[in-house]
Design a protein around this ligand. Structure first.
Ligand code: FAD
Ligand code: FES
Length: 250
């Protein structure tokens, strides 16, 4: 059983992408960007797995989440309306440490890995750090929160098919940037995280994995990935989802 939240608003912000804002007292505990919430799907459907969604922004008792409506669980979320109730386990996982950067951080988000970069950018700015942001999408219709990120730091957009911004991947943009950041933080699909970790191997970096999960609280082993530690693995839900780049066998 999680905490009760009330839906404040929901709107479509790009193709199949929704912004869902909920209110609840437990928002006070959500202090670390990169942590996630685990949402119960439906009423009386405890047998159905919760869905993990990143904290995109927390402010004034409100939690903002951005998600892509695809399968059963996220379709359910997209039908929620103002006043509806949600049961949410939160805050879960280990997030990004904003104090790892000395002066300037590069934030890199891909697709549904973009949302946690938003709270991260806010918190880095709040402690006086500079941020530059690179976001990757497949197509122009998938792009969201460009203006919101631009308000926090110089923001670059890549689309795989070239319909908007730079044609190609986030790594193509990074190749052209000044090398004046000391740390990178990233969240996105595995191929992107692999390419980035390789490209920025001389930098301090932190990556967040959005892979399949079960319980979300370290009990079921559904989320293990191989790692260079004593156990030979980590659990994404409780050891992560954020890890130092290079700590995992991607
Ligand atoms: P279904 O196909 O109905 O899902 C079936 C099962 O597979 C469910 O148990 C579901 O949880 C699991 N599943 C399927 N794809 C994924 C996936 N990529 N990751 C984890 N579980 C999956 N998505 C967003 O759109 N926005 C976010 O901010 C976001 N943050 C995430 C943070 C973390 C830490 C993790 C692990 C995932 C995050 N995801 C996010 C991915 C999101 O959880 C999945 O897209 C979603 O669970 C799929 O559910 P569904 O009902 O659409 O699909
Ligand atoms: Fe159950 Fe990670 S999801 S252990």
């Amino acid at each position: 059983m999680g905490e009760q939240f009330i839906v404040k608003s929901q709107r479509s912000i790009a193709r199949n992408i929704y912004e869902l804002i909920v209110t609840g007292d437990k928002t006070e505990a959500m202090k670390t960007p990169g942590q996630f919430v685990h949402i119960q799907i439906g009423q009386g459907t405890e047998h159905m797995l919760r869905r993990p969604i990143s904290i995109c922004r927390v402010e004034n008792n409100e939690l903002t989440m951005l998600y892509r409506a695809e399968g059963k669980g996220t379709q359910f979320l997209s039908n929620l309306r103002s006043g509806d109730r949600l049961d949410i386990l939160t805050p879960l996982g280990q997030g990004f440490d904003i104090h790892q950067t000395d002066k300037k951080a590069l934030l890199v988000g891909g697709g549904i890995g973009v949302p946690p970069m938003y709270e991260l950018a806010h918190q880095l700015k709040s402690i006086g750090k500079e941020v530059e942001i690179v976001l990757g999408f497949n197509d122009q219709q998938d792009v969201f929160y460009e203006n919101e990120f631009n308000a926090l730091g110089k923001t670059h957009i890549a689309t795989a098919n070239g319909s908007y911004g730079t044609k190609g991947f986030v790594t193509d943009i990074i190749e052209t940037l000044d090398d004046d950041f000391d740390t990178f933080y990233s969240c996105g699909p595995m191929p992107m995280l692999k390419a980035l970790t390789h490209q920025l191997s001389d930098k301090k970096g932190y990556i967040s994995l959005e892979e399949r999960m079960g319980c979300g609280i370290g009990a079921c082993f559904a989320c293990v990935v191989p790692a260079d530690n004593d156990k030979g693995y980590v659990k994404i839900c409780s050891d992560g989802p954020v890890f130092e780049s290079g700590a995992l066998k991607l």
